[in-house]
Design a protein around this ligand. Structure first.
Ligand SMILES: CCC/C=C/C(=O)SCCNC(=O)CCNC(=O)[C@H](O)C(C)(C)COP(=O)([O-])OP(=O)([O-])OC[C@H]1O[C@@H](n2cnc3c(N)ncnc32)[C@H](O)[C@@H]1OP(=O)([O-])[O-]
Length: 243
């Protein structure tokens, strides 16, 4: 599956909805057992959550957006398919989250392709289920440091901390993803799927139990004037960088 939402594959409401629909289609297709997730635009895997969905909208919109994000996370994190992320570009914040909920991550070796949960740099806070997903991947201490500092790791560091499983030359990314997929598909589906469920259930339950409270929390957080100001300033910085 190639992510294709120009210019930066941000996770807009529409994009999240499409992703969930397409995942469902693939999961219902008995001929499909695995999915390689990559970007149509080499250089950018995904810029993460769409800042335009979080700026200057009303509370009902924020609630709808957050619910769609939760839905996507729940769907992909619990997918019966083997999901390999072939990360061919920058992967900040929600882009990193999307890779973390796959089963295996391969990052193309390019110093510009950084990955991490950088929310604090925007003056916002990664929610507990982003944090849980990261802790499950790289452990508590490394997550605490990465989250507080909003670290975006270049490939060698991402590999060292365990945020990705492999770093390969850019032209080997797709072939590596396919050989990793073959290795995972050699395992009987039912045993692998039950094991995945067993490993991920506590993290899933944590969110499922608090879904509504988490939505309320996001809505009141993102509606604050101070947060709106931080997000606007960050967007302005992105635009200035461009000019
Ligand atoms: C509690 C909440 C938790 C939050 C989690 C998140 O994921 S928060 C998200 C955290 N995400 C980040 O911190 C990542 C921020 N983004 C980046 O760091 C870079 O865009 C890049 C490295 C992804 C690509 O670099 P590049 O030099 O190739 O591209 P460029 O920089 O020139 O951008 C092109 C256009 O896209 C625009 N735009 C960009 N991102 C977003 C976005 N997320 N959304 C919407 N729009 C976005 C940008 O403004 C510009 O628009 P313009 O001026 O044409 O109207």
């Amino acid at each position: 599956m190639k992510l294709k939402n120009p210019p930066v594959n941000s996770l807009s409401l529409e994009m999240l909805t499409e992703l969930v629909i397409n995942l469902e289609k693939l999961e219902n297709d008995k001929a499909v057992r695995g999915l390689v997730l990559t970007s149509e635009y080499p250089g950018i895997f995904s810029a993460g959550l769409d800042l335009m969905e979080m700026c200057g909208r009303n509370p009902a919109h924020y609630a709808e957006y957050w619910k769609a994000l939760q839905e996507f996370w729940l769907k992909l994190y619990q997918s019966s398919l083997v999901v390999v992320a072939a990360i061919n570009g920058a992967s900040p914040a929600g882009g990193c989250l999307m890779s973390l909920i796959c089963d295996y991550r391969i990052l193309a070796d390019n110093p510009k392709y950084t990955i991490g949960l950088n929310e604090t740099l925007l003056g916002i806070v990664a929610p507990f289920w982003f944090k849980d997903t990261m802790v499950n991947t790289i452990g508590h201490r490394a997550s605490e440091r990465a989250l507080q500092l909003g670290l975006l790791f270049p490939p060698a560091e991402a590999l060292q901390v365990g945020l990705v499983d492999q770093v390969v030359p850019e032209d080997k990314l797709q072939s590596t993803a396919l050989s990793v997929m073959a290795q995972w598909l050699a395992i009987p589906d039912h045993a692998r799927q039950l094991t995945k469920t067993m490993m991920r259930k506590p993290t899933v339950d944590h969110l499922v139990k608090q879904r509504d409270a988490d939505i309320q929390n996001f809505v009141s957080f993102v509606s604050r004037d101070s947060i709106q100001k931080s997000l606007q300033m960050y967007l302005q910085k992105l635009r200035q960088k461009k000019s």
